[in-house]
Design a protein around this ligand. Structure first.
Ligand code: ZN
Length: 337
């Protein structure tokens, strides 16, 4: 396994004046304490990590002695900048207390235990008991996401347990703890969590899904019916990525949510399974079947073509694209004349 070097990958914009910032931090130790509070909790929760290594306790005395000494100052500032960068690219926080997670395989949710992925496969996760039971955790993107070991390894998959709000590993996790974006592109045979897709959907449209079809739409059932149901669904599902469209069948408590990116639909499906919206419902989240409406089919086809074209465009050098668009316009004009 490659050793993680967070500062190389997580270089963020620097604050304009590092010296002022660090002096202020040294003077106002109370304020610094408040700023670091979230991180302190994280460090204490993490196993095998020395909480003092990234704390301000180590930097404050350094800073005071440095003020009188100009030559050493520059060197130390470089170190300080690195520390700042690390703090800005926030480490992922554990979503559950690791000490409360027993060292055993996860609860049996399938028929076969896969030691490679450390999880169960096969069988039907959506059995009668589970489908009536509320999810144990819920991912909070704003508070939980951050860098993990996986951010240094290209092609890393997203953490399934993070999506479900149950990952105890925080920044030590080998999977990504953040939302998928347009730039996260995976082999069509696997989902964003690295699970193999099947050729066909399951009869109940649950599970990982099919590699025969790019599906960006999830079906949401058992929504508690209320006057503001559309707003409620939109608000909760927008947490998991950019939404292209939402359709809610108000009276039936059923909705279809289409994300711009397939990976976000995959993430949302796991994140919202058995969750509640504003009421005490237990959602039934599945893959949507193909919309038989010809207009919808045409729209989906167009969207897929646009995405494919956009993916190709991103891979081409910009100057070539300029030539291409200039060249493409001329024959079009000639044809019109
Ligand atoms: Zn994780």
């Amino acid at each position: 396994m490659a050793s993680p070097e967070p500062e190389q990958v997580f270089q963020v914009d620097e604050t304009p004046d590092e010296t002022v910032v660090s002096k202020l931090a040294a003077k106002d130790s109370n304020k610094a304490g408040n700023d670091e509070q979230g991180e302190e909790v994280v460090n204490i929760l993490e196993l095998g990590i020395d909480p003092t290594s990234t704390e301000t306790g180590a930097t404050d005395p350094d800073n005071k002695t440095k003020d009188g000494n100009e030559e050493e100052n520059t060197e130390n500032l470089v170190v300080k900048k690195d520390r700042k960068k690390k703090k800005k690219a926030r480490p992922a926080r554990p979503q559950v207390d690791p000490s409360k997670v027993p060292e055993r395989p996860p609860p049996q949710t399938g028929t076969v235990f896969n030691i490679w992925y450390n999880k169960w496969s096969g069988g039907d996760r959506e059995d009668k008991y589970i489908s009536q039971t509320k999810a144990e955790g819920r991912c909070n993107i704003a508070k939980d996401s951050g860098y993990t070991k996986a951010d240094n390894i290209p092609g890393s998959y997203f953490c399934l347990f993070f999506a479900r709000g149950l990952c105890p590993n925080g920044k030590n996790c080998n999977y990504l703890h953040r939302l998928p974006t347009v730039t996260d592109i995976f082999n069509p045979n696997v989902d964003c969590f690295g699970r193999d897709k099947r050729s066909d959907y399951r009869d109940d449209m649950g599970g990982v899904g099919s590699f025969m079809r790019q599906n960006r739409t999830i079906y949401v059932g058992r929504i508690s019916v209320s006057d503001d149901i559309e707003e409620v669904v939109a608000r909760h599902f927008a947490e998991w990525g950019d939404i292209e469209r939402i359709r809610v069948l108000n009276s039936r408590g059923v909705g279809f949510v289409t994300y711009v990116n397939e990976a976000n639909a995959q993430f949302a499906k796991e994140a919202m399974a058995h969750q509640s919206l504003d009421h005490n419902e237990v959602l039934n989240v599945r893959w949507a079947t193909v919309d038989p409406n010809p207009l919808a089919k045409a729209r989906e086809q167009r969207k897929l073509e646009e995405q494919a074209a956009e993916a190709v465009r991103r891979m081409l050098p910009p100057d070539f694209l300029e030539q291409l668009s200039a060249g493409a316009l001329q024959p079009a004009k000639k044809r019109k004349m």
